[in-house]
Ligand binder design. Structure first.
Ligand code: FUL
Length: 693
């Protein structure tokens, strides 16, 4: 090489590398996560275990006077808990060291109400220690739940209790190794045993605990520990306003540092909040937190758990999933099975990121620099990211898959170390030579996963349509996740529209209305199907990627409820008992005495031969009717008793109750509640229907 040429090469090389280094990274925009918040966000999912004396009394909350002698989990094995949580993909476990009842799972120096006085291991046991050791063995982080409310302690409500509380916290944060999260529940004050006082004690949750000092203590003892607190001062993560397992689709990891936090802000975050407080979605693998034998059949299915995954981790939250421990000290086999299948399903869904083999192109690249190129979103490196020039707040990134490829999931992550920015986006697929919008969303944050029905695309495009500042995207994943082919649920709303759905989004649905067997050549479901009369609907879920179908779901509907009117109430919410959705409920009767009547005008005379009642399946005060009378009338004046009796076993099995009557012509029906499961007059209804000739 001659000298001149060499100089040119050196010059070009120098100027390019200077060019790269000269393009500055975007400045942080708004609040950003701390190192601790970042670490826990990246853990994504971790577990709770709920275990205490109320495990033995079948309660949700202990009163504080439960007998210590009950605590004897003869098979207890924290290693079993750790093994199951690990298989479920959890990265840590938070144990209820002390729940509201005040019983301590470790031999605290400061109270007699602990394992040290229990028959378990002759008072020599320490469940917190065993949990910490098992976590270590299984490579899991270890955390503690310490209830601020203590219904056993005589001093609860007085300043002395705060010293007791901090002493206990000190024990837990000093003697058990590293603690990744400490969890302070918001339930505070109320009635309790309180050392025998048996009274109600109220506290001012904004001042009583003096959280500031407690936080200082935590930071001193465990500088890497995250604080969760929904009872007082802002913690490092926030509650999402529900224990049902989902956070808002719009989810800003921001709140305001001071002031009350209304429900909306818990659920959706605050777009322009001045503090970084991300969402932690806490829910249980069963309806309740503690073990209750009658919930053995109510463990979430794997498709429900996957739905939970998409509604928490897939919406910029972490997932805190609870496992109740049985009186013998183990996790029930049904929960174990579901948890292990869940772990496998998550792995299978995200094992093959099709974007890693694709080419990425952005409509704008910051300073045209390679350092911020679109390929940085698909380089499997969470520290690099695609960024645009500062002035850009809308931009697109195209993933070229090279050939028609089945896809049904799109995963995207912002480089949140520089703040959460994206306000809205759409996803498009290039199908048969045309761009087609397949879904849209709002915030992204640490991670957003969108699901859509399987589509065969050669390219997929992320369009950021609005952003607070230039977008920074650190990772994109495109997947063709196995879809769950559960038999779909078929419901019909009051207008007569048929709605077909499953827990998953990905399968297509095909249906018939004439009783014939549905196949992938039957009518394709594209949205609610308007019907009248008494249709027999059959439907399948179908996965075009594998050509597999679900079992056939069958639903025979009776007359359309379009013209029905609920009488004797002005409450518009009452119509949720006719909307076909058993998750929406209506209650009445709380302020009166039994009997409580539900009166419905069917719009015109019908040939009745029965009725159906679906109770509220909720956990708290569902007001399930157990004994009833059923009346019919043609004029809403003269009523005839058509049936009476009980809904047997309805408490343990709160499903559709179907009652036949001798045929009656009538326009009005009256369901009279005589008794409920709570021995009060609260009557809850999820759905009401009739059977006609
Ligand atoms: C709730 C508590 O009252 C429950 O018992 C449970 O511990 C749950 C995680 O938090 O609010």
């Amino acid at each position: 090489m001659n000298r001149f040429f060499l100089n040119v090469v050196v010059l070009v090389f120098l100027s390019t590398s200077v060019g790269i280094s000269q393009v500055k990274a975007p400045a942080a925009f708004g609040p950003v996560p701390t190192k601790n918040q970042m670490r826990v966000q990246e853990m994504e999912s971790y577990a709770f275990v709920h275990f205490s004396l109320n495990t033995y009394t079948d309660q949700s909350w202990g009163f504080g006077n439960e007998d210590i002698k009950l605590f004897n989990p003869e098979k207890s094995d924290c290693r079993q808990w750790a093994r199951i949580c690990k298989a479920a993909g959890m990265k840590g476990i938070i144990i209820t060291a002390k729940h509201h009842g005040g019983f301590c799972l470790w031999p605290s120096k400061y109270t007699e109400y602990s394992v040290k006085n229990a028959p378990w291991k002759n008072g020599k046991g320490d469940m917190v220690r065993e949990m910490a050791d098992a976590c270590k063995e299984y490579g899991l982080k270890f955390g503690v739940y310490l209830s601020p409310w203590d219904r056993n302690h005589p001093d609860y409500g007085k300043p002395e209790y705060i010293t007791y509380f901090r002493n206990q916290l000190t024990e837990l944060l000093t003697n058990y190794g590293e603690v990744f999260e400490v969890w302070f529940d918001g339930a505070n004050g109320g009635n309790g045993y309180y050392g025998g006082a048996n009274e109600t004690r109220t506290i001012d949750r904004t001042t009583y605990y003096d959280w500031k000092k407690t936080y200082e203590l935590i930071h001193k003892l465990q500088p890497n520990c995250m604080i969760w607190n929904d009872g007082g001062d802002r913690g490092d993560f926030r509650w999402v306003g529900t224990e049902s397992g989902y956070v808002g689709e719009t989810n800003w990891s921001l709140l305001n540092a001071t002031g009350e936090v209304p429900w909306n802000n818990l659920h959706f975050g605050v777009e322009n909040g001045n503090a970084w407080v991300p969402a932690e979605v806490n829910t249980s693998i069963r309806p309740e937190w503690f073990y209750h034998p009658d919930e053995d059949t109510k463990v979430k299915t794997v498709s429900q758990l996957m739905d939970l995954y998409y509604n928490s981790i897939g919406r910029n939250g972490t997932l805190l999933l609870n496992f109740p421990i049985m009186p013998n000290g183990l996790i029930h086999q049904n929960d174990e099975k579901a948890a292990i299948e869940f772990g496998k399903a998550v792995k299978e869904a995200f094992v093959n990121n099709l974007a890693l083999k694709a080419k990425a192109k952005g409509t704008n690249v910051r300073g045209n620099s390679e350092k911020f190129g679109a390929d940085k979103a698909i380089d499997n490196n969470k520290d690099s990211y695609w960024a645009t020039d500062d002035a850009i707040t809308a931009a697109s990134l195209t993933i070229d898959l090279g050939k028609p490829t089945m896809v049904n999931r799109f995963l995207v992550q912002e480089y949140i170390r520089l703040g959460q920015r994206v306000k809205s986006f759409t996803i498009e697929a290039f199908v048969d030579g045309n761009w087609k919008e397949i879904t849209r969303g709002t915030t992204i944050g640490y991670k957003r996963i969108v699901r859509f029905p399987s589509v065969e695309a050669t390219k997929v495009r992320l369009n950021i349509t609005d952003s607070k500042s230039c977008p920074t995207i650190s990772n994109i994943g495109v997947y063709n996740a196995p879809v769950f082919l559960d038999a779909p649920s078929i419901t019909r709303n009051q207008s007569g529209d048929i709605i077909i759905s499953t827990n998953d989004i990905g399968p297509l649905f095909f249906y018939t209305l004439d009783g014939s067997e549905p196949t992938s050549h039957s009518e394709k479901y594209t949205g609610p199907v308007s019907t009248n009369g008494k249709p027999a609907v059959k439907a399948i879920a179908y996965d075009p990627a594998t050509s597999k179908s679900s079992p056939v779901a069958v639903e025979q509907f009776d007359i359309c409820r379009k013209d029905w009117r609920i009488l004797e109430t002005q409450d518009k919410n009452a119509y949720s008992i006719l909307d076909g959705n058993t998750a929406t409920v209506w209650h009445q009767g709380k302020d009166q005495k039994m009997p409580v009547d539900l009166v419905i005008d069917l719009g015109k005379e019908q040939n009745l031969s029965g009725f159906k009642y679906h109770p509220d399946q909720g956990m708290w005060g569902p007001g399930i009717i157990t004994h009833y009378e059923f009346y019919v009338s043609s004029d809403n004046e003269k009523w005839k008793l058509a049936d009476q009796g009980e809904f047997s076993n309805i408490k343990n099995n709160p499903l559709w109750q179907i009652k036949r009557i001798s045929p009656e012509k009538a326009r009005y029906i009256r369901l009279r509640a005589i008794k409920n499961t709570e021995n009060n007059s609260n009557c809850g209804y999820a759905e009401i229907d009739v059977i006609t000739e």
